[in-house]
Design a protein around this ligand. Structure first.
Ligand code: KG4
Ligand code: ZN
Length: 337
């Protein structure tokens, strides 16, 4: 299907975003209003504040996306929106907005699953990437190892049993005084530290080779800090950041490699906010090289929450005629399958 332009909206957490995407890969505009500065004050996302900010920003962000794409609503073939998972208030703002625009412009409405959006971000810059492939979605809310069997067909191979990888980065960063959001700060600090300085645990999950658990690792870092405080030992923040990051990256890489081997997959793609992590990118790229598997990862702007990825995922629903009606609702705990 040619020249289908989708107006996409993403508001599941603390980014108010809108984009216009043509034919599932040409990004005509990608506007992101990040609320990070607002939430930094509280050390994390405050849902009520996020909802209010989304309401304030969503119309200007959509107008900017249409204008940058050189479009009006009459050029748009469908309106897509993230319906879940995410924070219920923020999701509702996007869903209500998308329904209103779809109704007023008489265009079909498409509900998009946020994690599928992250995965589809890989199609934007890598036209050669086609299912089947294995993907690791690592973000502030999710850690999923997923086999993409075909466009729109996903099989979850493993997931976190407790904290998401990004959540662990954010919590550890706060504990060692690096602030919010922790991922990029740990990534930077780790470059000046020794990743073998402290032996933090690599958790195994009973009953599943592929599931993850990061809460024990987070507790190990907190225990290390408490112990040092009690004994009066000096702590080296850079070494903690580097050793913690290595523990996360080792586990993520090990599970991904196991899945790629077991399922005999030739292509592997990273996705989600933590996919920006330099150590994780390097480790997965290395592992894929040794396995003879092609490695893909979106540019940082498409790793973090954005609406272009929602427009890409929506295109594959559009092609299949999977449209939503006006009963579309926010589903904070939406499952991927
Ligand atoms: O995908 P995303 O923007 O939002 C969610 O869907 O959660 O991911 C945000 C998460 C945050 O936890 C942030 O700390 C983490 O991604 N992150 C990173 C890096 N950049 C962002 N984690 C590690 N290293 C990074 N460079
Ligand atoms: Zn996300």
């Amino acid at each position: 299907m040619d020249n289908v332009r989708i107006l996409a909206i993403e508001s599941s957490c603390d980014e108010t975003a809108a984009a216009v995407v043509e034919d599932g890969h040409r990004v005509l505009s990608n506007i992101i209003y990040s609320q990070i500065d607002l939430h930094t004050l509280y050390g994390g996302v405050v849902p009520e504040i996020a909802s209010r900010k989304h309401i304030e920003k969503i119309n200007p962000v959509i107008e900017a996306a249409l204008s940058e794409a050189g479009c009006t609503l009459s050029d748009i073939g469908a309106v897509a929106v993230t319906y879940g998972p995410g924070l219920v208030g923020p999701l509702l703002v996007g869903v209500a907005e998308a329904k209103a625009i779809a109704f007023a412009a008489k265009r079909p409405l498409i509900g998009v699953h946020h994690i599928k959006g992250h995965i589809c971000a890989n199609y934007i810059e890598h036209e050669d990437l086609k299912p089947p492939f294995m993907t690791l979605v690592v973000s502030g809310g999710h850690t999923h190892l997923v086999r993409v069997a075909d466009y729109g067909e996903y099989e979850v191979i493993g997931r976190t049993r407790d904290d998401a990888a990004g959540e662990a980065f954010d919590k550890v960063a706060r504990a060692i005084g690096l602030g919010y959001p922790g991922g990029p700060k740990i990534d930077e600090a780790a470059k000046q530290g020794d990743c073998n300085a402290i032996e933090f645990p690599r958790a195994k999950v009973n009953g599943s080779d592929y599931d993850f658990s990061f809460s024990g690792l987070k507790s190990a870092v907190l225990n290390y800090l408490n112990h040092a405080q009690m004994t009066g030992d000096a702590v080296n923040t850079y070494d903690i950041a580097a050793s913690f990051q290595k523990a996360v990256v080792d586990v993520l890489t090990e599970h991904a490699v196991m899945a790629v081997k077991q399922y005999k997959i030739n292509d592997f793609a990273l996705a989600g906010g933590v996919a920006s992590n330099s150590a994780l990118r390097a480790s997965m790229a290395d592992a894929c090289r040794s396995l003879g598997v092609r490695f893909y990862c979106p540019s940082p702007v498409y790793c973090t929450d954005n609406a272009a990825m929602i427009g890409v995922a929506a295109y594959h629903e559009y092609v299949k005629g999977n449209f939503a009606d006006y009963s579309l609702n926010a589903v904070p705990g939406a499952d991927i399958a």
